[in-house]
Write a protein that binds this ligand. Structure first.
Ligand SMILES: Nc1nc2c(ncn2[C@@H]2O[C@H](COP(=O)(O)OP(=O)(O)OP(=O)(O)O)[C@@H](O)[C@H]2O)c(=O)[nH]1
Ligand SMILES: [Mg+2]
Length: 448
């Protein structure tokens, strides 16, 4: 799957292939880092900026080197791939170089490619460029193209890898040609190599990885082959001894010595691989032990944390319960105080009410008394008034009577006066002749 690369992002590309294929040459030409050396013994990274991305080219030591065993080369590659895998720096591509000048696919090239395939794994093959190089050294272009076709047609060589997703490319020895390859790899989805997963995730030793197995099987096969060669040479040497052919005997002895040397070299490498395995196992056991101790320590810490958390929880619960209890007490006290206040208020209101009733009753009684007194006073007043009226009436009557009596008396006196006057007159009249007189409206006869 191809993705767009954010600007400034690192694009990691490994350059692999047999020794002398031109890996360091490619890295130097394309990255511009002139310090890249020939005869690479360690994995080295060289970064440069290109089209907004940081391109990191990784120069690797090649298998089948005369100065280093394949085991050492694989160990070196494992160390680098494990480190970058742990750093989550995955390869966006692998440029696998092969000299187009190589006339034939020798066993070391086939072996190297098989180890590479095991190291890489199926999914990373999508990002692999099987790249022929050193085309400038090809005199006959047609012959070079034919060799390229042979490389691709051979199932034991590139054929199977191309079938599984790898791509055929050419490097023409220039920076421009190299950058064209890089431009095609930049957008690719980075993939983990099988060896990264096997070493880091599955915690296998190098010999337990597919690539390690491949090297180990090859060493076993080499040992067997050299032993058989030595045995065969020994038979030939015996025949030469029997035939008393000293020259042949010497020649065979030389061949035997060479085969013996190769056998010892293969055996030594096998032992080295076994030692490395033992060493890795020891490290793995120590790591496991450390891991176990770390796990136990973590468990202890987790347990301590848990206990602390539980203690804290209990403390908080107790604190909460205490607070609740206090709150409850406060509430009870408040309710009690409230009740007491309410009772006091009820008493006060009852007392107030009783006082009001009493006051009311007193007021009413007072009002009644006052009303009675008022009524009595009124009655007395009326009685007195009545009596006064009666008295007044009586007095008036008496006065009237008196007045009448006085009047009557006055009348009587007047009449008497009149009478006396009349009498006087009569007497005088008698004295002169005397007669009865009528005085006023009321005629009465005065007798004498
Ligand atoms: N002209 C030409 N020479 C090349 C090319 N590639 C490699 N060479 C030469 O081939 C020789 C070996 O190349 P290196 O780049 O050292 O090979 P390598 O793959 O790094 O080898 P190791 O580090 O031993 O694995 C050097 O002398 C390079 O100059 C190429 O594309 N063109
Ligand atoms: Mg090199």
């Amino acid at each position: 799957m191809e993705t767009s690369v954010p600007p400034g992002k690192e694009v990691l590309i490994a350059v692999m292939g047999v020794t002398g294929a031109g890996k360091s040459y490619f890295v130097r030409e394309v990255s511009g880092h002139q310090e890249v050396k020939k005869g690479t013994s360690q994995v080295e990274s060289y970064s440069f900026q290109h089209a907004g991305s940081t391109i990191t080219l990784v120069d690797t030591p090649g298998f089948n080197d005369t100065t280093r065993t394949d085991t050492e080369v694989l160990a070196e590659i494992c160390q680098w791939t494990s480190k970058t895998y742990k750093e989550e720096r995955l390869l966006s591509g692998i440029i696998y170089l092969h000299r187009i000048t190589d006339v034939r696919m020798d066993s070391s090239a086939v072996k190297n490619l098989r180890t590479f395939q095991k190291l890489c794994g199926r999914s990373a093959l999508r990002n692999v460029f099987l790249t022929t190089t050193q085309w400038s050294k090809v005199t006959d272009q047609a012959e070079g193209e034919m060799r390229e076709r042979d490389l691709c047609g051979e199932r034991n060589f590139w054929g199977i890898l191309l079938e599984k997703g790898a791509t055929l490319q050419r490097f023409h020895g220039t920076r421009e040609s190299g950058l064209k390859l890089i431009d095609q790899l930049v957008p690719k989805q980075p993939e983990a190599l099988d060896i990264q997963d096997q070493i880091v995730t599955q915690k296998r030793t190098i010999i337990e990885t597919d690539a390690g197995q491949c090297i180990n099987e090859d060493l076993i096969e080499q040992e067997k082959r050299y032993r058989e060669e030595i045995e065969s040479l020994e038979r030939e040497r015996q025949a030469a001894v029997d035939e008393k052919d000293d020259q042949m005997k010497e020649l065979i002895a030389e061949e035997q010595a060479k085969a013996q040397e190769k056998l010892e070299k293969a055996a030594a490498e096998k032992r080295r691989l076994a030692e490395m395995h033992a060493e890795e196992m020891r490290k793995r056991d120590i790591e496991k032990q450390r891991e176990e101790e770390r796990r136990k320590e973590e468990q202890r810490e987790a347990q301590a944390k848990l206990e602390k958390a539980e203690a804290e929880k209990r403390r908080k619960e107790e604190q909460h319960a205490e607070e609740l209890r206090k709150q409850q007490e406060r509430e009870e006290r408040r309710i009690k105080a409230e009740q007491e206040r309410a009772a006091a208020e009820a008493n006060r209101l009852a007392a107030l009410h009783a006082a009001q009733i009493r006051e009311q009753q007193e007021r009413e009684a007072r009002a009644r008394r006052e009303a009675q007194e008022k009524a009595a006073a009124e009655a007395r007043r009326l009685e007195e008034l009545h009596a006064a009226q009666i008295r007044e009436q009586q007095e008036r009557d008496a006065r009237l009577r008196i007045e009448e009596q006085e009047k009557a008396a006055a009348e009587a006196r007047r009449l008497e006066a009149i009478h006396r006057e009349n009498l006087e007159r009569s007497r005088r009249n008698r004295d002169r002749g005397g007669i009865g007189i009528r005085i006023g409206p009321i005629g009465f006869k005065i007798r004498f």
